[in-house]
Design a protein around this ligand. Sequence first.
Ligand code: PMP
Length: 425
Amino acid sequence: TDGFPEELAERVQRRSATFGASSVLFYEQPIEMVRAEGAYMYGADGRRYLDVYNNVPSVGHCHPRVVEAISRQAAAINIHTRYLTRIVETYSERLLATFPAPLSNLVMTCTGSESNDLAMRIARTGSGAEGFIVTEAAYHGNTALVTEISPSALKTRKPAAFVRTVPAPAGDDDPSTVGARFAADVEAAIADLNREGLGVAALVVDSIFSSDGIYADPAGFLRPAVEAVRRAGGVFIADEVQPGFGRTGSGLWGFSRHGVVPDIVTMGKPMGNGFPMGGVVTRPELLEKFCAETGYFNTFGGNPVAAAAGLAVLDVIADEGLTENAATVGFHLAEGLRALKDRHAAIGGVRGAGLFIGLDFIAPEGGGPDTQLATHVINEMKKNGILIGAAGKYGATLKIRPPLCFSKADADQVVETLSGILGNR
Ligand code: PMP
């Protein structure tokens, strides 16, 4: 089909024969990628693509310091966690030093899903309750337990009986009442869980509401809901898999924008800049209670190579001022996109924090979310050498989430290209 090399079309088919229904690729005409550097990826077609989507290589694709740290440690020793290894001790203390007091214990895992699975189990032993509250289009991972609190991954049924969903803040929520509205919904969910005799173990929130459509403001709106859960005997789990490690542009953690200290924090994706690693940070008494009831062992979690990757990531974020870069470039980009909104009726809203921005497409004359236009824009952006994705309940929100080394010039390129694609829409 129009200009797509036959050889690639054949490979796509063979791949889908191998992976079956689980084969998912981006784009109508998928790209073969061969290398990457900073905010750019390079295709086998010889083209350079600006990456506005990937938050895993968060400090920049193939960052030389991370690559060097991984290689050096892999050549020295890589073993599970039941020996003393200096780099693992150094890393865990460095990471914990970035969290507010009572959060002083770390369990290392390999993925965000594992982290949330463990967090849910810790919340249950800690609270003695069974129920969980999450947002309507949340995604928290892929284990059997975590899938139940990931409504966006459940295509044909509702979450399990121990889960209640609440609407995420929406673009048209009044900023002065959104906190109270969210808390009221959480309170209703608590009452319902109590009626069923389940009680509330935890409220689990991605503090930037990534898969719900990216809702960051007003800072602080999470607080009343967290207080309501604690009054009911539950804990607050902040899923920092998406906002964590500097992306929001104010400190390392998304929850800090809301002026709350979680009981449990879960991490993944950007933690090792592509090296698979995750973690759970919590209060010692919660972990103690859990470990007294259930042994926990993770063969690969906290291995020395992961610690080396994680340590290099923390160093690069600090040395290259990436949190500050997320704030300044994110602000510049959001300003550019808001200026576009004034010129293009198809853009409904622009919101976010740091280098995590959501931009809604709306159909003409109150037609609601425009999923088709979002898909069109994503494919046209690719033709123009820019990689970007969608989020939200309807997939009509552009998910703007580049590596944190993104420059103002990169941001300008995104704005100009988007403007050209929208034309007179
Ligand atoms: N939590 C959030 C908010 C996520 O976005 C994801 C992954 N998209 C996960 C958890 C799960 O992480 P992983 O894929 O590493 O298991």
